[in-house]
Design a protein around this ligand. Structure first.
Ligand code: ADP
Ligand code: MG
Length: 337
């Protein structure tokens, strides 16, 4: 792995660590994780090395918890917080981990999952044509060129509104049809939900039995996430986890941004992932190349990969803080500088 950060999952506590490597292109960053009440941080690095080594598990595949297909809706209430980014990257990660994945872009009006995945030119048929009997389901499923066990299903052509009559029942019919395909049931069906809590949202959550609520650490996004969580629970979706996106440790330190712990206290949801603010996310969005496929890996990419692992294993963290390792300060530290 050379100088790149290593990724690990602590099976026992559901926490994970990301250790800064030497000489890599990445900033020396790592996650400080509260593991079973003990805080693993830079100062304790030596003391914790044994623990850290013990939990680095590159050479295993995550164990699927629950029975396939797991139908997971990715939602948030507020727009622009990272639902599509999370769906594309977690989906791609799951496919790379050898799971069969179908991502459904249920954000009909502002469809952009195809763009993030770089598949926009290959969408010839959509779910609407399937429902109208104009094509077969497998014609509307776009197989990714990089990972063939990843397929995308768009509901409608871009810039079209949600078609009249397309609702929760139609989406459930599509999900059931995916389950009955001769190729076999997918392991994961991820549904990228539109913003808001109106008809599009209700449609997207109808076939789901799990949810990922994406939020950013700001009050408007949190309020929407809380509202959405209540609606999901009302709909009978009890398995809800959250992804806190666009976290900036520098702002948290200056107390200009809520910490992940604050967010967790406010929403009371198990934590699936903490994704740092990372310019590479925007670059990858514009290139149609999911960040998790990027080499060398980037911080946000690794964080999304960890979230995918936890999703598979139904694992969640207590509290995690991502922060930059302090720069070396020469002799000064010796003199308490
Ligand atoms: P949504 O689907 O919730 O509307 P998107 O996934 O489309 O949100 O993300 C909105 C914008 O935010 C995109 O331009 C994306 O590149 C950017 N973005 C998302 N997550 C991050 C991040 N962790 N760091 C930097 N930019 C991000
Ligand atoms: Mg979106």
């Amino acid at each position: 792995m050379g100088g790149f950060p290593k990724l690990g999952l602590d099976e026992k506590h559901g926490a994970c660590l990301l250790l800064g490597g030497r000489g890599g292109k990445l900033p020396r960053m790592f996650e400080r994780a509260r593991v079973g009440g003990h805080l693993l941080q830079n100062g304790n690095r030596k003391k914790n090395n044994a623990t850290i080594r013990a939990i680095l598990q590159w050479n295993r595949r995550p164990q699927m918890a629950g029975s396939p297909p797991r139908v997971v809706v990715v939602t948030s209430g507020k727009g622009g917080v990272g639902k599509t980014t999370t769906t594309a990257n977690i989906g791609m990660c799951l496919a790379r981990l050898d799971f069969k994945v179908v991502a459904i872009d249920a954000d009909v009006g502002l469809r952009n999952l195809d763009l993030l995945l770089g598949l926009e030119n290959r969408v010839n048929y959509t779910a609407i044509e399937v429902l109208n009997g104009e094509c077969r389901l497998d014609q509307a499923l776009i197989r990714d060129k990089r990972w063939v066990n990843f397929e995308l299903l768009c509901i409608n052509k871009p810039r079209y509104k949600m078609p009249l009559g397309f609702g929760g029942k139609a989406l459930t019919w599509l999900v059931d049809a995916l389950k009955k395909r001769p190729e076999g049931t997918p392991d994961f069906i991820l549904i990228d939900c539109p913003a808001g809590i109106d008809a599009g949202f209700i449609t997207a959550i109808t076939p789901a039995n799990e949810a990922i609520v994406v939020t950013t650490p700001d009050i408007t996004s949190l309020r929407d996430a809380d509202r959405v969580t209540g609606l999901l629970e009302c709909d009978g979706i009890k398995d809800i986890k959250m992804v806190v996106n666009r976290v900036r440790s520098d702002m948290i330190k200056q107390e200009d941004m809520m910490s992940v712990l604050d967010v967790q206290e406010m929403l009371g949801l198990p934590l699936l992932g903490v994704i740092p603010e990372d310019a590479d996310v925007i670059k990858s969005t514009n290139r149609g190349y999911p960040l998790v496929l990027k080499k060398p890996p980037t911080l946000a990419g690794l964080a999304l990969e960890q979230a995918a692992w936890r999703l598979v294993e139904q694992d969640s963290m207590k509290a995690v803080l991502i922060e930059e390792a302090p720069a070396k300060r020469g002799f000064l530290p010796f003199f308490g500088g």
